[in-house]
Design a binder for this molecule. Sequence first.
Ligand code: GTP
Length: 859
Amino acid sequence: MSDGNEQKESPSGRKPLTLTRTASAGTVRQSFSHGRTKQVTVEVREKRAINRPGAGGAAPAAPGPGVPPPLRAKAPAGDAAPVVHTPKPAPGAISGEETRRREDAVRRSMAEREARDQRLKAEEDQRRALDDAQRKKAAEDEAQQAEIEARRRETEEAEAPAAAPVEQTQQRTAAAGAAPVQQQQRDQSDVLSELGGRVKSARKPLPVAPVKPAKKGEPKRREGKLTLDMVEREVAGDDDRVRSLAAYRRAQQKEKERRAKMMGGAGERDVIKREVIVPENITVQELSNRMAVRVADIIKFMMRQGQMMKQSDELDADTAELIATEFGHTVKRVAESDVEEGLAGDIVDSDENLEPRPPVVTIMGHVDHGKTSLLDALRQTDVVSGEAGGITQHIGAYQVRVASGQRVTFLDTPGHAAFSAMRARGAQVTDIVVLVVAADDGVMPQTVEAIQHAKASGVPIIVAINKMDKQGANPDKVLSELTQHEVIVEQFGGDVQVVKVSALKKEGLEELVEQILLQAEVLNLRANPDRPAEAVVIESKLDKGRGTVATVLVQMGTLKRGDIVVVGAQIGRIRAITNERGQQLQNAGPSEPVEIMGLEGVPEPGNVLNVVENENRAREVADYRARAKKQRTTGIKSTGTSLESMMAKFKDSTAKELPILIKADVQGSAEAIVGSLEKLAHEEVRARVVLSGVGAINESDVQLAKGSGAPVIGFNVRASKEARDLAEREGVEIRYYNIIYDLIDDIKGVMSGMLAPLNRETFLGNAQVLEVFNISKVGKVAGCRVTDGVVRKGAKVRILRDNVVIQEMGVLSTLKRFKDEVNEVQSGQECGMSFGPFQDIKQGDVIECFNVEVVQRSL
Ligand SMILES: Nc1nc2c(ncn2[C@@H]2O[C@H](COP(=O)(O)OP(=O)(O)OP(=O)(O)O)[C@@H](O)[C@H]2O)c(=O)[nH]1
């Protein structure tokens, strides 16, 4: 910037007309960068000097900066002022002294200001440091207190009846002039701050401003004291106040104490005593629910007792009772089986409700003695021809209407030993047993078994001596044999009826029926048909088209279509009732054998069917039975394992197992096969049935068989195509059978092969050591005499001393008679033997010589 054309004339070139020119004016042009200019008018004014009488010239005013000193009038002549050589200031200019003085004043002033600034700065620093230290010290306490304070306020606010009084107070405070108070505090704070003291009032909460309820989404108003941590979070924009774990715990503890106080206890809760229902087994979780205590408390208690438990662990009733008592409760023990209470069987019928019912007769006897033929003759049907291998392989139930119009229910049980379990079941449901004995064969093992079953169940026996038409029929022999088994017939003074029949020729049948009805009359068989039905399952199977089909014998009440039933561990709604002639029935009364459909699963023969009021009840009972069955089969309660059972397991693990998967047409057959296989069990080898079920062999069976390394046995069933393919791919063997003998024989053969062969010893002879020679390079040689039998080279020998075996030697390799090697030395002759590395041979020892034969064992 530069000035130029300092004095310029007006554009007109003329000066303005004034009375007195007291000011000189001009213009200055200022040049800026980028060629910018600015014209500034400069005016120089002269101060009008008013000279008072007696006064010197007035001190001229200091000229403004950049203003040329005004022209001074010439001093009058004769002025006696001393001549000063220093250049004289122009009129109106500041003298040198004055300038110095002023400069000094300025410097002093600046120095003072600087010193004050430094002092203030030091004071400010000191105050800040003090504040920081105090804040840091207080920060921890404040952080701890903040949350508790906040919680307390929250609680107080929540408990306060309404916010209105608070608001009123706040409004009143505001009305009382909050602003002047604040101003006053600020003033005080400034003063104190300057003095470097602690500004306590700054920490005090300001008078409460009216609290507006925060709108949704708006940040919440801060509560409690402001802490450094909070300020930092606010500065960082982190509005979420994260509570420390310790703070959370403290708050929780405080809340607990508050609640305990509210409940009236001094920190300890009053235990509410309950009656805890304890079943035979209960989980820790369930017990905690019933006692209304925390699971952790029970677990802690058990830990103190030295037992580690989880909430899913089961406790037995004794332990559960101990825990409940410890927690101050009383215990009511119940059995899980209580769910069965109230089922039809428990209802006692009064005498007037009972009506006569047909007798249930079971035909029993040895295999091929003619049971099915006899039954067939009685009902004039032919089922013999349809049986595989000519053997009745599952129980049948039929009702026969005799000439008199009376009805008799017959159960046909198979004669093979495998079906003894079924026969036992038959005896339990039957009223009378007809024991069939072939006149030409006499009493056989299964005849005896049938007698035992009948006697065990207290059922009267009627003996039917069959095949009377046959050559060699000897009924007297049969009767005397029966006597040996305590079946005393009438002609021998007993009470057992005997009927001689021929099923083939249909002879003696009427007399047999007559005897049956007579016996029934004696038994006075009655049942109440007007009550929920109870029946027993005779047979069950899974039919591809019809689902589960079960043959049941109604024992009491009347079974109706639509009834909800529980059968063993299965439930269902009766969809159809069919009699033995294939007729659809609406209901079935006492002693009626019928086929039912509608069960959800296949029940086991012997299971009892009960009609229940609703599905829930059915499910409850079925669940209990399923659990009970599981416990029975595992033999170990889920609470844990006993040492005994573990020992048993380890002991058993030495036995070789043949895993087998069995699928059969009916449950009874499957059961019979399993029973037979169990009987084959040997201490070294046994069959392990991986699965036994009813129905066709499917893919999952093959998968299971593959997983367990078992072959699949199909009895009267076949594998589906998919299962066949899978079995081929996986290398799983499927074997089909329709005769149980063949099946059992095959399995027996396999199991026999698994038995380790037996080493059988054959004694050859003994030789006594007479003298022992020590021969160099050869060692000790025993000079012996054969005392009995023969000693043979290549046979096995052992050395006995005082009849105690001291060494098993293996094969005799050196046998000499005099100097010659011989193969055999007879009794009474002398010989020499050496035993290689065994050098402990002594005079008087006995050498026992024997052969070992390996014998393959069989079951
Ligand atoms: N001669 C003669 N043969 C009979 C008589 N009853 C049965 N049989 C024959 O004896 C054989 C066996 O008869 P089943 O009725 O199958 O004998 P089962 O006792 O039912 O045999 P399982 O079903 O295997 O227990 C058949 O060949 C019959 O023909 C009879 O009264 N006289």
